[in-house]
Design a binder for this molecule. Structure first.
Ligand code: C5P
Length: 404
């Protein structure tokens, strides 16, 4: 699905961080895939791993300085920028991401990045607090909006002793991700509004009604839309997923709050994708105090929640609307009925009783329906599925596909 030819000439930029030790293995793995690898290191990177190690592994002299007349004579920074088919910055420190975002060109690596038209792939690695900092978030958003691809970071134990998001992806994962670099769609210039996750409808101050939605599908759609160059606003119910880099994430709990957040942003949206498993009913009244147990049978009075998707699709000039439908039987009939009833441009249906597919799993399969057509997207990872879905959406919106 969507695989691009593996880049033949990769400029690997290594910046200062403890994850630089992984770059040695990364060079080997990239070369195993047949790529030529030219390493460019920042001054800080050379404190973590020696240029000699990387020269031996890459088979090419490592470049570190901008003002080295001898090296510049062999291949100038402009020639390096033209040579590269792909710029991979791994590890990318918080500082280097900030410099990229601002277009600085005060050392060789930042200059090459500014002078190159090759796709930019960034593998962040830093302390989890630095990663969560609004400054880093904003810088990543700037890079993503320019079409840079952010890979990771992963969650886990950090060299600083903390645990959280900020570890560089392992070299095999980076190499695999490079094999599917090219987004199949170009959504630059579009604003995409996405709902994801479950909602929580309170019964009293300590209890609520909710469902099993993990938010994984919606988050994958948000990342795929971001990678395709869109401005992405993700309205998310309570989930255990970190906010994707380069995406505006609005966290809500109740259906009513999700509706309010959607209505606040919908006028600016070109595309609305409702992946959220919004609770269909909520307690008609929320008890002010904890409901006491008295041994008697208890009946809950439930009322319907607002249908956010139908409301958006029913606007005077709605964005292109895509709904999701989880069905246990007669998928085509029910999903297509729902699409017509809610006046949607498209609906993506999944069969939820398929073992391991649907809620909370990493894989899923969808059948997508639109006016006069349908297509099955077979079982695959939710991120691959999200790209395939966006390719279909872009086609229906009349946007030209990107040639691989
Ligand atoms: O009617 P049903 O709940 O099956 O429709 C599912 C689709 O509608 C999903 O796209 C879901 O995000 C959206 N939805 C909504 N607001 C609701 C219920 C569902 O946006 N209250």
């Amino acid at each position: 699905m969507n695989s691009a030819p593996f880049p033949r000439r990769i400029l690997l930029g290594i910046t200062g961080g403890i994850a630089a030790y992984k770059s040695a293995e990364l060079v080997r793995r990239l070369r195993e895939r047949g790529a030529e690898v030219q390493v460019v290191m920042t001054a800080a990177a050379t404190a973590f791993i020696t240029p000699l190690t990387l020269q031996a592994l890459s088979g090419r002299p490592v470049r570190t300085g901008l003002m080295d007349p001898q090296a510049e004579a062999a291949m100038s920074h402009i020639e390096l920028a033209r040579w590269a088919e792909c710029l991979l910055i791994a590890p990318a420190s918080a500082d280097f991401i900030a410099r990229l975002a601002h277009g600085l060109a005060d050392d060789l690596l930042s200059t090459v990045c500014l002078a190159s038209e090759a796709p930019l792939v960034v593998a962040p690695a830093m302390n989890r607090v630095m990663w969560q900092h609004p400054a880093t978030r904003a810088n990543c958003a700037v890079l993503a909006a320019r079409g840079a691809r952010l890979l990771g970071p992963a969650d886990g134990e950090q060299a600083c002793g903390e645990v959280g998001a900020g570890r560089m992806l392992e070299p095999p994962a980076l190499v695999e991700a490079l094999a599917v670099t090219a987004p199949a769609v170009d959504l630059r210039g579009l604003t995409v509004l996405i709902t994801a996750g479950p909602t929580r409808e309170p019964l009293d101050p300590v209890r609520f009604l909710t469902n099993r939605s993990s938010g994984k599908m919606g988050y994958a759609v948000a990342e795929a839309a971001r990678d395709a160059g869109a401005r992405v606003i993700l309205v998310s119910g309570p989930v255990h997923l970190p906010a994707p880099a380069g995406v505006t994430c609005v966290r809500v709990e109740q259906a009513e709050a999700m509706r309010a957040a959607v209505l606040q942003h919908v006028a600016a949206a070109d595309l609305f994708i409702a992946t959220a498993a919004v609770a269909d009913y909520r307690p008609a009244e929320r008890a002010a105090g904890k409901i006491k147990k008295n041994g008697e049978r208890l009946t809950l009075d439930l009322e319907p929640t607002p249908d956010i998707l139908a409301e958006v699709a029913g606007r005077a000039s709605p964005p292109f609307t895509v709904g999701f439908a989880a069905e246990t039987e007669r998928v085509a009939e029910y999903a297509e009925g729902k699409r017509r009833r809610k006046k949607l441009d498209m609906i993506a249906a999944n069969q939820v009783d398929d073992q391991g597919l649907g809620f909370d799993s990493d894989d899923n399969a969808l059948t997508v329906f639109w006016d006069g057509g349908a297509r099955s997207l077979p079982s695959q990872s939710k991120s691959a599925l999200a790209r395939a879905l966006l390719a279909l959406v872009a086609e229906r919106m009349g946007r030209a596909p990107v040639s691989a």
